[in-house]
Design a protein around this ligand. Sequence first.
Ligand SMILES: [Zn+2]
Length: 215
Amino acid sequence: MRRITKTNTPEFWSQYLQKRRNLTYQALVQTEEGRNIARKLRESLVDEQKFLCAYCCQRISPDHAHNEHICPKERYPQKSMCYENIVASCETKGAQSTCGHSKQNRFDEALFVSPLQEGCERHFRFFSDGQIEGKTKQGRYTVELLNLNAYRLRQARKAVFEACFYGSKGDAEYIEWYLNEDGEELNPFIDMIQYFKQKGEFDSSLMLIPPKEDD
Ligand SMILES: [Zn+2]
């Protein structure tokens, strides 16, 4: 997870809400006009998050993402149109659902680690086989709720780790490039690579030593 810093509410969103103060998200998506606005919001969120899922940090696009309500829209209808409560999350289906689709209405506000929280990254640790683990009670709850150890996600993280660790052969420039945040799009699982970099895994003197798997 990577911290998301929300920009101001987009103009089109606040203008639309000005005339519809009691509108809920469920009511919004009943109409075609509303669905178009919701789509525009998704595009704006994907841009804001530089094309990464708010929770798992895999790549998303406006066509492969959904508007995810941190406080679930069914349980918190009064917050369902609040820009601060909505992020873009990846599209997954069935038993391997992750992130927003895994979370659905299950949500304990006291335990959930939100990507809007400062220091949210500190609740998680990563392993070279693609696993993620909660370091705190909140982190463990969140990993479970979002199903962040789904097979597909673990495999994808492992591939990125191996490309950075073995593929770059200790090339600090490659890691710098991977972690660069200046562009419009971020590299997938940048949170994991940042974690390993902070642990010193990519220091050239350590490249021949198998990665440490604990803090
Ligand atoms: Zn995701």
